[in-house]
Design a binder for this molecule. Structure first.
Ligand code: LMR
Length: 485
């Protein structure tokens, strides 16, 4: 245990009593040694004393020191950067007889972005001094990944992929900041508990919180999954507005506290327009850093082409999804390749490509909802992982991937100032470029224009959230998410 830096007056919490040996620091005199505690559980206690002022403390973790057989917990206030470590017990106070120890402040304990709470064993991690010395020398500098909707189904698949090293690499230590809602607070802790129990070596921090301005602090990656589903009787314009407000707030929070080069991947629907809203509310962050997830659609298209060609799906490459993550999306069979050959030479049935393949991909989300009774979660998580991997690894020569990206200056004449799915390639540095010169025939052109029109209409509906004047909401009839049919 680290040396005591600060010793507080006698502190009694339910099931735990802490006695100071001396007092140093603090704002009040040592006469306030009668610190009293009102608290019901071992998890959340309120300390009240002249020394501490009146602050809420939350016991973050408990562990047993094997040598002394004593139990310890870390108490942190919401704003406190360092954890106060006290000897205590989880047992009911009535069963504890004068459990006495020294209050200690451990350097760096629970050091997390301000206002975000480290979780469980991930607070104790900082009790392990000189953390860098424990890490293999080959490990990279830690990246901080924020996940919103962290207690939801998609995240439940995704977080474990991230923590395992499968996405960012097996030499990439990770901090996960999990954003939930007040309502999902317990579920958020449940996720954090499962992450604890998984003993991932690369996972160095888990922080949970419900305030974007706290949870997004120093984020290198923001995976914005949380969004409200469309409720009964709700117009699509209402959904755009409802979720748009969430993404406007999150854009502002990213702008205020995230790393200036944070990469943002929006998954919550309608993801293209939500990504545009976040982007417009985050002028400090390069517009290029905002993505909307269309990788799921690309994966679905690859699978359908492979199935028709009678091949395994790793034979299919160069598949672009153009446009919106909606039923107007355009899965591009014209530029796709199967075994390195144009897909149209392998699948010569153009009628099938236009009339079966295309709608099947466009409406796959809905077909899945019919089977599951809910939206896709596992395959969405896989596609988020794929989308990140495509940005942190060089794109195989000659290939590309699809992502909803900012259109200003694009080489295909798509209207500026939209988030539109386009073919991209990356050097593996988190950045990308739009792949130019793909063949666009009349069939593709007409459909791409339709998806563009839809996105322009969505943009008008959210004008009030992106600082545009004269907005009005007049959506084309077929403006639907893949799951809405
Ligand atoms: C999906 O593509 O599976 C989802 O976006 C479906 C939806 O509409 O929520």
């Amino acid at each position: 245990m680290a040396a005591a830096l600060l010793q507080a007056p006698g502190v009694q919490i339910s099931g735990c009593r802490v006695q100071p040996q001396q007092q140093s620091g603090g704002s009040s005199s040592s006469s306030s040694s009668t610190t009293s505690v009102a608290g019901q559980s071992s998890r959340s206690v309120v300390l009240s004393s002249a020394f501490f002022g009146r602050r809420k403390f939350v016991a973050r973790s408990l562990w047993i020191d094997k040598a002394s057989k004593k139990e310890f917990c870390v108490l942190r206030t919401k704003k406190q950067q360092q954890g106060v470590v006290v000897q205590c017990s989880v047992a009911d106070s009535s069963t504890i007889q004068d459990s006495v120890a020294t209050t200690q402040l451990i350097p760096g304990a629970g050091k997390t972005p301000e206002g975000v709470e480290c979780y469980g064993v991930f607070c104790v991690t900082y009790d392990l001094k000189e953390i860098d010395e424990q890490k293999p020398k080959t490990w990279k500098k830690m990246v901080r990944v924020v996940v919103s909707g962290a207690a939801g189904m998609i995240s439940n698949h995704l977080l474990f992929k991230l923590a395992s090293g499968e996405v960012f690499g097996h030499d990439q230590p990770l901090a996960l900041n999990l954003l939930g809602s007040e309502r999902s607070r317990d579920a958020l802790e449940g996720v954090a508990m499962e992450l604890e129990d998984s003993l991932f070596p690369l996972l160095r921090e888990v922080n949970i919180g419900i305030e974007p301005t706290e949870v997004f602090r120093d984020a290198d990656w923001a995976l914005l999954i949380g969004a409200k589903p469309r409720g009964p009787g709700m117009e699509r314009a209402d959904l755009l507005d409802l979720n748009g407000q969430i993404f406007a707030e999150q854009g502002k929070a990213l702008n205020a506290v995230a790393s200036p080069d944070v990469k943002v991947l929006v998954v919550g629907n309608p993801c293209n327009t939500n990504a545009l809203i976040a982007l417009k509310n985050a002028p400090r962050i390069p517009s290029k850093n905002f993505h909307a997830l269309t990788r799921l659609d690309e994966n679905r298209a690859k699978c359908q082409l492979a199935l028709k060609a009678g091949l395994f799906y790793d034979n299919v490459s160069n598949v672009t999804i153009w446009g919106n993550h909606s039923t107007t999306q355009v899965p591009d069979f014209l530029n796709a390749k199967i075994n390195g050959k144009p897909a149209t030479e392998v699948i010569t049935d153009r009628k099938w490509l236009e009339e079966e393949f295309t709608p099947r991909v466009q409406t796959r989300g809905g077909a899945l909802i019919k089977k599951w009774g809910r939206s896709s979660a596992a395959s969405t998580a896989v596609s988020i992982a794929d989308a990140i991997k495509s940005l942190v690894n060089p794109t195989p020569k000659g290939d590309w991937f699809s992502s909803g990206v900012f259109t200003t200056g694009n080489p295909y004449g798509i209207a500026d100032d939209l988030i539109f799915s386009l073919p991209c390639r990356s050097k593996g540095d988190g950045d990308y470029e739009i792949v130019p010169d793909l063949q666009i025939d009349d069939y593709l052109y007409e459909r791409i224009k339709k998806s563009e029109k839809e996105l322009l209409a969505e943009k008008k509906c959210v004008a009030h959230l992106i600082g545009d004047e004269n907005g009005y909401c007049d959506l084309p009839e077929d403006t639907t998410l893949p799951g809405e049919q």
